[in-house]
Design a protein around this ligand. Structure first.
Ligand code: SF4
Length: 648
């Protein structure tokens, strides 16, 4: 137990460590489910660190949030007090960068990596140039930060003072460290992975991958494999092509724009709706016209070659912009890449093609095209099949076989571990007589839901979180009069809030823990139901308003159809029910974060009591689940007795 930072192991932690250690020694993967508070981070590090030393491997610890990365470094600092260990938390390139061009003009990790690469190649990044010039100082920093676990912001602070590139210094440090805690993108984004591994000086075979909060992986993989094209982007691409005198390219984008408008008239989509289309429905527009300037005949190879030319010209535009000191954004490039993919993927069953109607930032209705990756394995197996071992862990992975199948793991060690929470600190209720099932929705049901939610919230000592399956249900609860019967300040999540505004909303809500409590009304799987923790009185009670089954959109139907073929007889379960049940579990776990937390979980939907749903409710919650009859005041009595010992 040289690498376990605490004095004693708690029940089952030893078993967890042995399972991981065995998997890593055998070069196998592992899928592990353990609730919050179990101590997964400390246990997994205690298992992988000695194995990595023995086998001469690096540990890449993938996290979803900065807070989680810092938590890994915190644990490693505690380990380092017993046994020397080296580690680094590496934030995204944008967070590690000091170039104004990257900071102000890139949207995501992929584009910031691309711009950084161009800047370096063209020797136009002063911070990069300084790092190369001050070779000796860069080496001193490398040595300084390679002595023990270090947070990325520590490197950034020093580099800022010295006008050097924090990312380049971190890259040098990475080569000497045993553990790198970073975002999923560093390994699962194919382009970013290449540069990251090059920086580490290893191949995937030399890496033990820990995937924390691994329930996020299937959705993230689908997102990474998918892309979209808006009318606005096409308009800008056409204008850009005209500016650069690329008449054929401008004509291609104009034609694509007209094709999308024609598809829009054909499908007549309502706002928020989507239609599955065949790839040929778009391609047909390129060949059906008499004056297609860039295509002489109905020849896909010719179109493919032309699109290759478009992408290349887009790259030239990016370089040109950089030379002028402007942000190297090119719509020709991004639209060209999308159309190339549209053509390249057209025969694949694991992708679907959509026309989507959506609300723009200016609140007008528009349409876009989407290529949707239906199989997370297209992305996940690029990592899990090539690395030494992948350890996937989370509090909500059940059933493990289903999880492993959908991310493409065939042989793996599996483990499920009990909750460390005392049962006396948990009250779990499921109300009969209410539901958000589509056929029951209406003002009468919303009034009933509002009344039961208020009954629970008004009798809970401090803060309460209410999570609805959708914004429609959230609005329904308000229409049912919730605002007027709840006796605490109400904070309502909204899609219109910026991240900063939402952070402020949550911060103010949390502050009410010391002023008699408040209620936060949000959406399951939204920004406040996942990734946010509410320990102690920050959330004494979490109310789950229904089950977040997806609307049966074209995308959802395509996913079910694809899974039905890939996993016979399990398609609907894997593609529709299970993702909703996992989101429900995530929301339900928001209030129990620290071992001493005493909190109630209230499901306001009778369907949670049905075996089909209940079997997927996390074990630590399901074991305390108590049905509550549909009688006014009954929920309040249970809540009062739980928190105050007797009804008030
Ligand atoms: S070299 Fe460093 S400072 Fe320059 S753009 Fe890249 S990450 Fe940013």
């Amino acid at each position: 137990m040289d690498f376990f930072p605490y004095e004693h192991l708690r029940p089952k932690q030893g078993e967890f460590i042995s399972t991981v250690s065995e998997a890593v020694h055998l070069g196998k993967n592992a899928v592990l489910e353990a609730p919050t508070g179990f101590g997964k981070t400390a246990c997994v590090l205690a298992a992988v660190l000695p194995a990595a030393r023995e086998l001469n491997k690096k540990v890449v610890y993938l996290c979803r949030t900065h807070k989680q990365m810092d938590r890994v470094i915190e644990e490693l600092k505690a380990i380092a007090r017993k046994e020397p260990v080296t580690a680094l938390s590496l934030r995204g390139r944008k967070e590690m960068c000091l170039s104004p061009l990257v900071l102000n003009h890139t949207q995501d990790s992929s584009s910031s990596m691309y711009v950084c690469r161009l800047l370096r190649k063209m020797k136009r990044c002063t911070h990069y140039n300084a790092t190369k010039e001050k070779e000796e100082r860069a080496y001193e920093l490398e040595v300084l930060f390679s002595r023990g676990p270090v947070y990325s912001h520590e490197i950034k602070e020093v580099c800022e003072r010295e006008a050097m590139c924090p990312y380049e210094v971190a890259k040098a440090v990475m080569k000497n460290t045993e553990v790198i805690a970073c975002s999923y993108m560093y390994l699962f984004h194919p382009d970013i992975r290449e540069g990251f591994l090059e920086g580490l000086g290893v191949t995937l075979e030399d890496v033990i991958v820990v995937i924390d909060e691994a329930h996020n992986l299937p959705d993230l993989a689908i997102d990474l494999g998918s892309s979209r094209l808006s009318l606005n982007a096409l308009k800008n691409a056409s204008r850009e092509a005209s500016e650069y005198n690329e008449r054929d390219i401008a004509a291609l984008f104009e034609m694509t724009y007209q094709a999308m408008l024609a598809l829009d008239s054909k499908y007549k989509l309502e706002m928020g709706d989507e239609a599955r289309i065949m790839p040929a429905e778009l391609l047909g527009y390129f060949f059906g016209k008499r004056h297609t300037p860039f295509l002489k005949e109905k020849n896909l190879t010719e179109l493919e070659e032309f699109l290759g030319y478009v992408v290349k010209q887009g790259e030239e535009v990016q370089k040109e912009m950089l030379k002028k000191g402007k942000p190297p954004r090119s719509y020709i490039h991004s639209c060209g890449v999308f159309l190339s993919n549209w053509l390249a993927m057209r025969g694949r069953k694991d992708f679907c093609y959509l026309l989507v109607s959506y609300q723009t930032k200016a609140e007008t209705q528009s349409v876009r095209l989407e290529i949707v990756d239906l199989d997370p394995r297209n992305i996940t197996t690029q990592v899990t099949s090539a690395c030494h071992s992948a350890i996937a862990m989370s509090g909500t992975l059940s059933p493990l076989v289903a999880y492993a199948e959908t991310i493409g793991l065939t042989t793996y060690e599996a483990g499920q571990y009990p909750s460390p929470f005392q049962r006396s600190n948990m009250l779990v209720l499921a109300a009969r007589g209410v539901t958000t099932k589509g056929s029951y929705r209406g003002l009468e049901m919303y009034r009933k839901l509002a009344s039961k939610a208020a009954e629970v919230a008004n009798n809970t000592p401090k803060n309460v979180g209410i999570f609805a399956p959708s914004y429609e249900v959230l609005e329904g609860l308000l229409a049912g009069g919730f605002r007027y019967i709840v006796e605490k300040p109400l904070f309502v999540e909204s899609r219109k809030l910026s991240s900063a505004e939402n952070d402020e909303l949550v911060r103010t809500f949390k502050d009410h823990e010391s002023h008699g409590g408040a209620v936060l009304l949000g959406v399951l799987a939204g920004r406040n139901a996942e990734g946010q923790d509410y320990p102690g009185d920050e959330m004494n009670c979490v109310i789950l308003l229904g089950i977040p089954y997806a609307r049966p959109t074209a995308r959802v139907k395509a996913q079910i159809d694809y899974y039905t073929e890939a996993f016979p007889s399990k398609g609907r379960y894997y593609g529709y029910y299970l993702p909703a049940h996992r989101k429900l579990n995530q929301g339900a776990g928001r209030a129990h974060r620290r071992l001493e937390d005493k909190a109630a979980i209230v499901f306001l939907d009778y369907r949670v009591l049905q075996p089909f749903v209940k079997k997927d409710v996390s074990g630590w919650i399901a074991r305390s689940l108590r049905p509550i009859d549909d009688k006014p005041g009954l929920l309040a009595r249970y809540i009062e007795t739980f928190f105050y010992g007797v009804p008030k």
